[in-house]
Design a protein around this ligand. Structure first.
Ligand code: AMP
Ligand code: GLY
Length: 464
């Protein structure tokens, strides 16, 4: 039989032991974990989970990289019925949701409402909690209710357009306009002139980003350095996972178009213990208090997109998932059994887990298809991954062709992460490994982490 453990497994919240239906302790046996998604983040999650004692990792739908650490199953993340069948067929004991869309669409509520699935621990907030990412207007009013530092803002619809135009006029340039809903990472405009901002406000309300921009949040521009801080919470307790810095622009020196992320560094030198203490006191704790006060059942990751403004953290955005490519750096620095950590999280027992962060520095370089983030080609043969000796290559947009070879299948293709004692060493390692991987039209930034080496206090500033 495919599975050792009978379904559904019982878990004891007191001991965190996994038990089968006869009450036998199954800690040492196989634990079937399902990761939903298909990017570099999901490869990194699956890679970390697969290192746990007894873990058998399934990834739906996965990519050519996740196939190395687990079993890919061709089920899409929005096919909840398909995911249910998969959970039953494979006796899944833990589900980890990678991307935001299924969370915003209510996959956790779907599990909770199902008489069988409700027994399977799932990592991610319910639909209400996912609104922290799914609606910027909701997130901003949540922050205002709980005194969480964030940029001054106004939410505008067609009904109060004039108020929006006046609010814009009261701000200093540059002007920040955000589509309320999910817009595939493209819903934020930062504009230098007031006239342009006022025109774009009208365009957004008239469907520039479809239904996502029927509501627009206008924000004061915050000047500072960005950092991604990751929290894992069971609703009561939390762990601060390693933080990371993302490099969003396509070009060196932070020039050119915005992308999904071109690289990451963890830890971030300007995230001193003092800064992180402010993050915990001013942001993490009030956020968890707010979630509890509003009866939001949140068991999962909270990704705080922060601006460090002269040593003080402000929330730019909440995400209800891990970051990509930050996860490709962060996972290499988590010590401890990640299946046990997430399992404890789903049971509300994060206070019981053993968790530590490695002191080493991770540098991740994203290799992308030429032309990305605009039009690019797919299906290019990839070579050299077998030559890597000193890094982990997390596949983002890869697939197998008919001959079973690995080919490109997305804009962001593969993220190479190296771990070392300093940013300089990790950069040297990562870049020498990047040279080994080849595909037609390959491009990557050459300056990941350089800003943080030049001046640990300075980081990359958004010099607007
Ligand atoms: P978001 O989708 O909210 O992460 O916004 C995309 C990017 O726009 C962020 O990563 C920041 O670089 C920038 N951004 C968003 N809001 C602000 C703000 N209030 N001030 C300065 N930059 C911002
Ligand atoms: N790296 C930014 C994000 O995942 O949204």
């Amino acid at each position: 039989m495919e599975n050792i453990i009978m379904y559904p497994a019982e878990v004891s919240k007191d001991t965190l032991d996994w038990k089968d239906l006869q009450g036998q302790n199954i800690t040492a046996l196989r634990k079937n974990v399902l990761v939903l998604g298909s990017g570099g983040r999901e490869h990194a999650l699956a890679w970390k989970l697969a290192q746990s004692n007894g873990a058998m990792v399934y990834v739906a739908p996965g990519n050519a990289g996740t196939a190395q650490v687990g079993v890919n199953v061709p089920v899409k993340v929005n096919d909840f019925e398909g995911i249910k069948r998969l959970c039953l067929e494979k006796s899944i004991h833990l589900v980890v949701v990678g991307p935001e869309q299924p969370l915003v669409d209510g996959i956790v509520d779907f599990f909770h409402a199902d008489e069988v699935l409700c027994h399977i621990p799932i990592i991610g907030p319910d639909r209400m909690g996912a609104m922290l990412e799914g609606s910027k207007a909701f997130a901003k009013s949540f922050m205002q209710r709980y005194g969480i530092p964030t940029a001054k803002c106004l939410t505008v619809t067609q009904e109060n357009l004039q108020e929006g135009l006046d609010f814009l006029a009261s701000l200093k340039a540059p002007y920040v306009l955000k589509a309320d809903g999910l817009a595939a990472g493209k819903g934020v405009l930062i504009l230098d002139s007031l006239a342009e901002a006022q025109t774009e406000l009208g365009n957004m309300l008239h469907g520039k980003f479809g239904a996502a921009s029927e509501k627009v949040v206008i924000e004061e521009f915050l000047k500072g350095i960005e950092v991604s801080v990751f929290v894992l919470t069971d609703g009561e307790h939390y762990l601060l996972l390693p933080e990371a810095k993302d490099y969003k622009r396509i070009g060196d020196g932070d020039h050119g178009l915005n992308t999904g992320g071109m690289g990451a560094v963890s830890p971030v030198p300007f995230c001193t213990p003092d800064f992180l203490q402010k993050v915990e006191q001013r942001i993490v704790q009030p956020t968890l208090h707010g979630l509890k006060s509003e009866n939001i059942d949140y068991k999962g990751f909270i990704f705080l997109g922060l601006m460090n403004c002269e040593g003080n953290p402000y929330v730019i955005e909440y995400n209800v998932r891990m970051g990509d490519p930050e996860t490709e750096a962060v996972m290499t620095r988590i010590e401890g059994d990640f299946v046990e950590i997430l399992h404890a999280c789903a049971l509300g027992r994060l206070d019981r887990v053993h968790y530590a962060k490695s002191d080493k520095t991770a540098v991740t370089v994203m290799m992308v298809s030429g032309g990305y983030p605009e039009a690019y080609q797919k299906g290019k043969l990839m070579t050299g991954m077998d030559l890597l000796t000193d890094s982990v290559a997390f596949h983002a947009g890869t697939a197998f062709n008919e001959a079973g070879e690995v080919v490109t299948a997305g804009g962001r293709v593969i993220a190479v992460t190296a771990l070392a004692d300093s940013i300089a060493e990790a950069r040297t390692k990562a870049y020498s490994e990047v040279e080994k991987i080849r595909f037609d039209g390959e491009y990557h930034r050459r300056d990941i982490g350089m800003d943080l080496m030049r001046n640990a206090e300075c980081g990359m500033r958004n010099e607007k």
